[in-house]
Design a protein around this ligand. Structure first.
Ligand code: ADE
Length: 419
């Protein structure tokens, strides 16, 4: 039995069913797994993964193992683990897994330490927590790391600032920057799963509500699109004029948070920044306002300010905490301000994770093949990998597309043809 710490080993069989269900919509990763099985490109490579422990992540772990990797996995968020999947990974698939849904801070970091204790050669992060610890408290384990991969926007921002400060100790591939990742996972994945999380937590009608969305990056765009699809009156908050303009032309109202706070029914942050919703905004919110976050960290909503303003608090449903203000208004915080799509729902559907995790698998192979030639920098996923994933996904969906004729190729390559 591999080392592990999971909530309940008896959930393993249920976890297998959940993983098999997810894999029905993960054909690209399955094709990579088949090749990995034969070629063993990761033979003997120790991978330390800190990802949301979901059925889709399980499929990635199976793929890396098929490629010959030795893996240790922990959660990248204390609330996102699917306990049945964690049990299945450890007991049915022989993958060292340290993750329990709802784990406290000490357990969360203890689990990351267990992964670092395996002295990974490749780190695979979602939010740069392993990289962060390797560069601070656990420098002892830095030697021997050949490279890493990073899944999410927030992690990439952190890594780029480490690179700029000249402290990044090894090369990292920013999986998030692949088109086949952020255009689909961040937009359609976050869009669907965030609404799913809000609805599962609250069972509230979205139609007719004013939904205020913080940030119009790829995630915010997706959340706005799906909220609009449900019939909401969507308000977007932005700091970037270009994105604000895009939101306006996409048909949304754009305004500052101070103006949106008193009119919103549901607030969803997706900015990647700190304290987007603060004390002065809670003070003017409507009675019954619902506040949720779908960004990586639980800092977008100033929860200590909400707690300080409240005279009483109680849990009224799973993932719904009621805060009563001195004037009698109630404000409802979902999922402790942690990413609501993974806290109260099941994260992005497997169809988009197929592409994100195909990028992870191929980025790991790329790292093994190229680490000697890479500098201590953050690299994009090579375009050829990105394009190939898109090609395989389109093909797996049963869609054929045109190819350029020789005449069209020539036209695109020439500069002297006009009208
Ligand atoms: N991030 C968002 N959704 C996810 C999922 N289903 N699995 C792993 N990471 C995710």
């Amino acid at each position: 039995m591999v080392p592990h710490d999971v909530k309940d080993e008896s959930l393993a069989k249920a976890g297998v069913l959940r993983i098999e269900w997810a894999e029905k919509e993960m054909p690209v990763l399955a094709m990579i797994r088949e090749r990995f099985e034969k070629e063993k490109p990761l033979k003997g490579v120790r991978i330390g993964a800190c990802l949301h422990v979901t059925s889709e992540t399980a499929s990635l772990m199976k793929t890396l193992k098929a490629g010959g990797a030795e893996i240790a996995l922990c959660a990248s968020n204390p609330l996102s683990t699917q306990d049945d999947v964690a049990a299945a990974l450890a007991l049915e698939y022989g993958i060292s897994t340290f993750a329990i849904k709802g784990e406290d801070r000490d357990t969360y970091y203890g689990h990351i330490m267990s992964v670092i204790d395996t002295h990974p050669q490749i780190t695979m992060d979602d939010g740069a927590d392993v990289v962060g610890l390797l560069h601070t408290e656990r420098k002892d384990a830095l030697q021997g790391v050949i490279g890493g991969t990073e899944e999410t926007t927030t992690g990439v921002i952190r890594l780029k600032s480490m690179e700029q400060d000249g402290v990044l100790a090894y090369p990292i591939v920013a999986v998030n920057e692949a088109m086949t990742k952020h255009m689909f996972d961040n937009r359609y994945g976050t869009g669907q799963s965030t609404l799913d999380g809000v609805i599962r937590a609250t069972n509230r009608m979205i139609a007719g509500k004013t939904v205020v969305i913080g940030g119009y990056g790829w995630c915010g765009r997706g959340v706005a699109l799906r909220a609009k699809g449900h019939g909401a009156d969507v308000v977007v908050l932005e700091v970037d004029p270009l994105r604000a303009l895009e939101a306006i032309m996409d048909g949304y109202r754009v305004m500052p948070i101070a103006q949106a706070a008193p009119i919103g029914d549901i607030f969803i942050t997706a900015t990647g920044d700190i304290h987007v919703i603060r004390k002065e905004h809670f003070e003017v919110m409507k009675d019954g306002a619902i506040v949720a976050n779908t960004g990586h960290f639980n800092v977008e909503i100033d929860i200590p300010a909400l707690e300080a303003l409240s005279t009483a608090t109680r849990q009224v449903r799973e993932f719904v905490q009621e805060y009563t203000m001195a004037d009698g208004r109630n404000i409802y915080l979902l999922g402790e301000g942690r990413l609501i799509n993974l806290a109260a729902a099941e994260g992005h559907p497997s169809s988009v994770m197929d592409m994100s995790f195909a990028n992870q698998a191929l980025a790991s192979e790329f790292m093994v093949l190229n680490c000697k030639d890479l500098e201590k920098k953050v690299y994009d996923v090579p375009e050829a990998i990105d394009k190939e994933i898109a090609r395989l996904k389109v093909e797996s969906l049963g869609t054929a597309i045109d190819v350029l004729t020789p005449e069209q190729v020539e036209y695109l390559n020439s500069w002297h043809m006009g009208t």
